[in-house]
Write a protein that binds this ligand. Structure first.
Ligand SMILES: [Zn+2]
Length: 883
């Protein structure tokens, strides 16, 4: 464990590596306690570096067994080895071969970084800095080498042996009960993309013919017996491979593509070249075990990891500051894939909801950082919503600003210019500037400035002059280390909607262009004057969420109701309902806290009724429109002095009012959406189930007795996990007496399936009532729970901390105390998971005074721990820092 306060790593200090590694031959002899790793590195001086330089290799907790240079053992004085580094002060200033032997203990590796065991399976996770836990190496992404990996293992313990690339040899080791496999990856890659797997695994196999006619074998490896739960992941993989050829011209390049599902995994999945390793949660699915949301996640994550083959692997990051280069871009690509496979508006709304729930909150608090940070203490803490989701929004803005054709030209140029390289964000954006002939200097601020820009829009209509005037002003709030900001380029999708629901033609008085319905705000304040506007229009701004901003527009309730019903842009129809609901909820939270009567808004109820009645809308969209802003959304809108109990009460009251007002319509729609056909996971059917379950949920929210019986009946009779889980969730969160029996029944049915038990744990952790804390504490002792498994920890403790606003933020501080205890227990074993958990306290400063003091005290207790991992220490230091 590390206890030192590490020095920060700064982008400004980047230097090219002194030494390059051309090839690495690994010989890994797997053993549960003592795996021997022999690495032979062909090293040469980097012509771009200043010679002569010592050779410094990274390690992390390694034991050096032997070391040879060009075949000769090195004398003691010629090198210095510690667990964390290997230095040769005076290496030859010419190419040489370095042979390193280390021994590692995969069974003792609880951090799940480097080589570890998930159950009895050997597997690796090397991003960001895990390879240095296997052997000494220049463990930085700009050192790209060709890997040949020989794995040897006991034949009975590990009949399956996998590594990156293509299989080139395999066989028995005579007389030893052991066997081996040799894999060769012809594509140079950084060490973080190395992977190795050994174990008893079953697999399903399929084939894919690329558009140039190459045949690729596709395999998904899982625990034996779970092969029948891979069909959807395999289907998604093939669709992703085809889509990347069509949408981006990218073809797969090895003879085989493999996915391995493991149950102990810190992240969602990892894009190792040719050998993706997945959290099994994002592979295994069947109608009886997975919800529609699970299917959609599997599709998106399988595609995401596959798309990395070009955006991440073929072109990788020069350094970890460029993480968004691969992640933001690849999230954008997987969002586009899902939009094409499913419904574009529904996908966009879901993505924006996620962005606001996670990234906007991060951007507004002490952990705010730019999409490309300039400094870090622990890179593991920068796998954030800002790097991923805001990073994707920045790529999307390039497409919005330049148009789809120029965007594709820029992507093509990027692939052509940088294939095989470790690139930077600047190089990526330069491709778009060059391809489109555009000046993107100001655009780069999206990568360097943190904080969510706020745009205030004030529109006014002059009937006499037939002129519509739009005044826009932008501000970017201060964030840690960035007190003052420059104005950004903000692309605003815009329509002026006429009475008949059609967009009026846009002509700007001064001749400025509105290209593809988008105007670009580039100054602190600008005015756009539209001429020949024959009627008072309703402005529809930031269509499709064209920029990741907070928009404040002077729209009346009537104008919002009009947009909810008539806006040609589906995203803004949804947004109009959200804005109406948010305004009401914010008012009612204030009313509740001051003892005043809450406001009723018949206009909102009618707008929801109109959307429900609109037969032209797809059910998935209607379901999203009927889903009120979450408690965290309301808290974000209020912004300070947050009382989670008042927010919960205001929202529950509105849900009940909606359920009451539209009870007959919900009951009727529920009945009509009842489906007797066999379950299919496609988007259309998933949308119908989503709407049906929203109807049920709102009926139960109004405490309709027949609705509670309906939910209990649906729970029992459902033939798929989506409907069963939805009914259980509705019953549980509403706290009706039927809950206990249903929860017991659920565990009795699925207790032996860990992924389904996670749903059961998560549901109980999210119940908004005071008994939940004790229930969650008791569940940590349940035989189905384990602190050593990240999925279990996230399901129970993570859900409690992130998704149960009232109980995590209990006024007595019990929720915070519990999280502190969990972090104390976890930190020495798995710092990454511990650091994620303590980050749940990041918004402590916006709480009302009592809770704020309790949350701060909790953070200070963690900060005062005698020995704390660098991961957790970094989060608490930043969370507590005066900004
Ligand atoms: Zn990724």
């Amino acid at each position: 464990m590390r206890t030192e306060q590490a020095l920060p790593v700064r982008l400004a200090d980047y230097r090219p590596p002194d030494w390059l590694v051309e090839t690495i031959e690994l010989d890994v002899s797997l053993d549960p306690k003592a795996t021997r790793v022999r690495a032979a590195l062909q090293i040469k001086p980097n012509p771009k570096a200043e010679a002569p330089a010592p050779l410094m290799l990274d390690g992390d907790g390694l034991t050096l067994v032997a070391l040879k240079l060009d075949g000769e053992p090195l004398a003691a004085g010629q090198y210095a080895a510690t667990p964390d580094s290997l230095t040769i002060a005076q290496p030859p200033q010419k190419p040489f071969r370095l042979e390193i032997e280390t021994v590692v203990d995969p069974s003792a590796n609880t951090r799940l970084m480097g080589l570890y065991r998930s159950g009895a399976t050997y597997c690796t996770q090397c991003e960001a800095e895990g390879f240095r836990r296997i052997t000494f190496f220049p463990d930085r992404p700009d050192v790209m080498a060709v890997y040949t990996t020989r794995i040897e293992a006991d034949q009975a313990d590990a009949p399956v042996l996998l590594a990156n690339g293509n299989l080139v040899a395999s066989g028995e080791v005579p007389g030893s009960g052991r066997h081996f496999a040799v894999w060769h990856d012809p594509f140079p890659k950084p060490s973080y993309l190395f992977a190795l797997v050994g174990g008893k695994l079953g697999f399903v196999e399929d084939r894919f013919r690329t558009r140039s006619g190459r045949e690729v074998v596709l395999r998904i490896y899982v625990e034996p017996g779970k092969e029948d739960r891979c069909f959807y992941a395999m289907d998604a993989l093939k669709r992703a491979m085809r889509w990347d050829e069509e949408a981006f011209g990218r073809e797969y390049d090895l003879d085989i593509f493999m996915i391995v599902a493991v149950s102990d995994f810190n992240m969602g999945a990892m894009e190792n070249k040719g050998l993706n390793v997945f959290n099994d949660k994002y592979v295994l699915a069947s109608p009886a075990t997975a919800t529609d949301a699970d299917f959609a996640h599997i599709e998106a994550i399988v595609a995401h990891e596959y798309f990395h083959n070009w955006t991440g692997n073929r072109i990788t990051c020069r350094d970890w500051f460029q993480l968004c280069l691969k992640e933001g871009l690849t999230v954008f690509r997987d969002q586009e894939f899902s939009a094409d496979q499913r419904s574009r508006p529904v996908e966009r709304i879901s993505d924006v909801r996620g962005l606001r729930a996670h990234q906007f909150v991060e951007d507004a608090g002490p952990l705010a950082h730019p999409v490309r940070p300039a400094l870090y203490h622990e890179i593991n803490n920068f796998y954030t919503a800002t790097v991923y989701e805001k990073g994707a929004e920045v790529v999307r803005m390039l497409e919005v600003l330049l148009g789809p054709e120029n965007f594709r030209k820029g992507m093509d140029l990027y692939f052509a210019r940088h294939d095989g390289e470790a690139a930077t964000v600047d190089e990526f954006v330069r491709c778009f500037a060059d391809a489109a002939g555009a000046d993107l200097a100001q655009f780069m601020l999206w990568y360097s400035q943190a904080g969510t820009p706020e745009v205030v829009a004030v529109g006014s209509y002059d009937a006499g002059a037939k002129v519509y005037r739009l005044d826009l002003a932008q501000t970017i709030p201060p964030t840690p280390g960035q007190p003052a900001k420059e104005p950004m380029v903000i692309p605003l999708g815009l329509g002026l909607v006429g009475r008949d629901g059609r967009d009026l033609p846009l002509r700007v008085a001064d001749g400025r262009k509105i290209e593809h319905g988008v105007l670009a705000l580039t100054k602190p304040a600008e005015t756009f004057v539209f001429t020949d506007i024959g009627e008072a229009p309703v402005p529809s701004l930031n269509r499709g969420f064209s920029a990741p901003i907070k928009l404040v527009a002077n729209l009346t309730a009537d104008q919002l109701t009009f947009l909810a019903a008539r806006d040609p842009d589906p995203f803004n129809r949804w947004q109009a309902v959200q804005t109406l609901a948010t305004r009401l909820l914010v008012d009612n939270v204030a009313a509740l806290r001051s003892g005043a009567a809450p406001r009723r808004d018949p206009g909102l109820l009618d707008a929801l009724g109109a959307i429900l009645a609109d037969g032209t809308l797809e059910p998935a969209f209607v379901a999203l429109a009927l889903t009120l802003p979450g408690e965290a959304d309301i808290a974000r809108e209020i912004g300070r002095d947050i009382d989670p109990d008042a927010i919960f009460s205001a929202r529950a009251a509105l849900r009940a009012a909606v359920g009451e007002h539209l009870a007959a319509e919900f009951a009727e729609r529920y009945r009509r959406l009842t489906d007797t056909r066999p379950y299919r996971p496609d988007a259309e059917n998933a949308g119908r189930r989503a709407l049906r379950n929203v109807c049920l949920d709102l009926l139960v929210a109004a405490r309709r007795p027949n609705a509670i019986a309906l939910a209990a009946g649906q729970y029992q009779s459902a033939d798929n996990m989506t409907d069963r889980m939805a009914a259980l969730s509705t019953l549980s969160l509403c706290g009706v007496p039927e809950r206990a029996a249903a929860l017991d029944d659920f565990y009795a049915r699925y207790g032996d399936d860990p992924l389904i038990v996670d749903k059961w744990l998560g549901l109980q952790a999210s119940i908004p009532e005071s008994a939940t804390l004790d229930r969650v504490k008791a569940l940590t002792a349940h035989p189905a729970f384990s602190m050593a498994n990240p999925n279990r920890v996230r399901a129970l403790i993570g859900t409690f901390a992130m998704a149960n606003q009232t109980q995590f933020n209990r006024a007595d501080g019990g929720g915070y105390d519990f999280i502190v205890e969990c972090v104390r227990a976890l930190d020495p074993k798995n710092p990454q998971v511990a650091a994620r958990l303590i980050a749940a306290l990041k918004s402590w400063r916006v709480l009302e005074p009592t809770r704020r003091a309790l949350a701060e005290a909790a953070l200070r207790r963690v900060a005062g721990e005698a020995s704390l991992s660098r991961d957790t220490g970094d989060i608490v230091q930043r969370a507590l820092a005066e900004s």
